[in-house]
Write a protein that binds this ligand. Structure first.
Ligand code: 5GP
Length: 139
């Protein structure tokens, strides 16, 4: 079954499309967290960031790079929060990779990315060293 975003790509359901090329498409979020809240997606359906092949990931980033200043200019934003909910536990509801571009304004009452992960853990230096090494080992 195709995702709601694939239906947008295929024109089966309407969306306010702001940009489209062969590989990617960007459209306004239906439930915006701020004016100009835009989603950028690969047209092909991949659930998680690392399911996206490198070439399409590059195209996705190029579209994000192109869209950020356009979105900021359109709504006169002071900044943008650029984020992926990558997996259900991180809050991903639509299983089709999408990047949120959320315009931000001085004093808008929102928080930084640091606010999304709950209580920060207390980690000793040795634990940090071990985690860093383990990440490097997995590359
Ligand atoms: P997630 O929680 O998966 O990171 O975000 C999914 C986003 O998709 C939400 O912000 C939601 O408002 C948006 N969304 C869900 N369905 C539709 C739709 O049919 N059209 C558009 N334009 N956005 C949608």
């Amino acid at each position: 079954m195709s995702t709601i975003f694939t239906k947008i790509v295929e024109g089966e359901i309407p969306a306010r499309i702001v940009y489209e090329d062969e590989t990617t498409i960007a459209f306004l979020d239906a439930n915006p967290l701020a004016p100009g809240h835009t989603l950028v997606i690969p047209k092909a359906e991949y659930e998680r960031l690392n399911d996206v092949p490198a070439e399409e990931a590059t195209a996705l980033y190029e579209t994000i790079h192109r869209l950020v200043p356009a979105v900021e200019a359109a709504v006169d934003a002071d900044a943008t929060t650029v984020a992926f909910n990558n997996g259900e536990a991180a809050g991903q509801e639509v299983p089709h990779v999408h990047c949120h571009l959320i315009p931000r304004f001085e004093g808008d009452g929102g928080g930084p990315i640091h606010a999304v992960a709950g209580e920060p853990p207390e980690l000793a230096d040795e634990e940090l060293d071990e985690v860093a090494e383990t990440i490097a080992d997995h590359l």
